[in-house]
Every structure is written in C-alpha cells, then in structure tokens.
Design a binder for this molecule. Structure first.
Ligand code: BEZ
Length: 213
C-alpha cells in the first residue's frame, strides 16, 4: 500500500484486542484517536510506555481522545502482559491493545520497516481527528521510548489551531502565547479575532495570548 501521509483518511480495520473485537472507526466514534505500535509484548521499554499512557487516562479523556496500542502478539499474550504492566508500573491499563498477529493493521499503517526489523513493528504513533483524518505521524526506533507528554502537547496544538487562526511556536505548551497565521492580514479582522491584542515583531511574526484562555 501507499505510505500514509498527513491529511489521509486513517484506514479502518477490524481486529481482536485485549478488550475484544474492535472496528476502528466505530470504536473512535466522535473522538480523537491515538494509535501507537510497539515492537512486542513483555519488552521493557514498551512496559514503561504503556504504564505511563495508562496514567495519562484523565489527560486523554479531557481532550476527547481514545488511545489504542498495538503489537503483532496475540490477545492471550496481551492479557498476561497487562497484568505485568499494572503490577510493575503501579497503574491500570484501561485502553485496548490490538492483537495483530496477521499484521493486517501493521501493513495498513506501514508499521513494519523491514530494514529495521522484518518481524516486529517500529514505534509508530498516529493521531487521528474526529473526521478520521491522520493529523500526526511519529516514528521512533525500537530502542527509544516515546514522550507521551509530547503527544498530548501536539493534540493541544491541533485542537487549538483547528478552532482559531493561530499556529503554535517552538516548544509551545498549553496556555502560552501563540502566533497569528500569516494569511490573516485584515487589521479589523485581527482586532475582532484577537481582542486581547497582539505584538508585531515582524509583519510575518505576530504574537498574541492564547485566545481560548
Ligand atoms: C523494548 O523494550 O522494546 C526494546 C528494548 C531494547 C531494544 C529494543 C527494544
């Protein structure tokens, strides 16, 4: 299949998971989604990633995001491993881990990079919006655990920039100043959209307080 790109429709699938059979688009419903792969069950880096993600349950819920993990192992392996994650990471994994032993989802989402490994997935992350469009793709090597605070940060940026004529600057965190999009030029429109005012550092670089705070 062709490589998935930003803006593409996230491929739908039906696959077994630690919480039973899941049809992906139906499962997401009107929520945002984070679909992330890990190389294999009972591996140390993944154990810490899934534990930390479980601890972020309230943060994902606040943002209307459903999280799904995936590996090429089967559901009975997932069930045993979840017990381990809960015990060692002091949490409760409350999101599904998709079982992909036939690699249907791994292929659809191009999660197996044969020159890295023929048999297991790399660490892929896909953020999917409520219209099922792919909005973020991150690929990490197997030996590097991901930063799930960064995934939340990007979701904050996507949800903000979808609703206001702004972009978010380097290292931006929710609550900090943002950038007025360069396409917005009419001074009256700018005044109406950004009543808290703005600072023009350059005509193309205009800073304003985050509009929804
Ligand atoms: C893992 O925990 O997934 C892992 C650890 C070391 C190298 C590759 C993967």
């Amino acid at each position: 299949m062709a490589t998935l790109r930003l803006g593409d429709l996230a491929p739908d699938f039906e696959q077994d998971s630690s919480l039973g059979k899941i049809r992906f688009h139906d499962y997401l419903g009107d929520s945002w989604g984070v679909l992330f792969s890990h190389p294999a069950d009972y591996t140390p880096v993944c154990t810490t990633e899934l534990g930390y993600t479980a601890k972020l349950a309230d943060e994902f819920a606040k943002r209307n995001v459903k999280v799904l993990a995936l590996s090429v192992d089967d559901t009975s392996s997932h069930q045993g491993w979840i017990q381990d994650i809960n015990e060692t990471q002091n949490t409760q994994v409350n999101f599904p881990i998709i079982a992909d032993p036939d690699r249907v989802v791994s292929e659809l989402y191009d999660m197996i990079h044969p020159n890295a490994s023929e048999t297991v997935t790399v660490r892929s992350v896909f953020v999917i919006d409520p219209s099922k469009k792919v909005r973020l793709i991150i690929t990490y090597p197997a030996s590097t655990g991901r930063n799930f605070n960064e995934i939340l940060r990007v979701i904050d940026s996507l949800q903000l920039t979808d609703n206001y004529s702004v972009a978010t600057p380097v290292n931006w965190e929710d609550g900090q100043d943002v950038i007025i999009v360069p396409s917005l030029q009419d001074p009256e429109v700018i005044k109406a959209k950004f009543p808290k005012g703005h600072t023009e550092i350059r005509p193309y670089l205009r800073i304003t307080p985050q509009p929804n705070k």
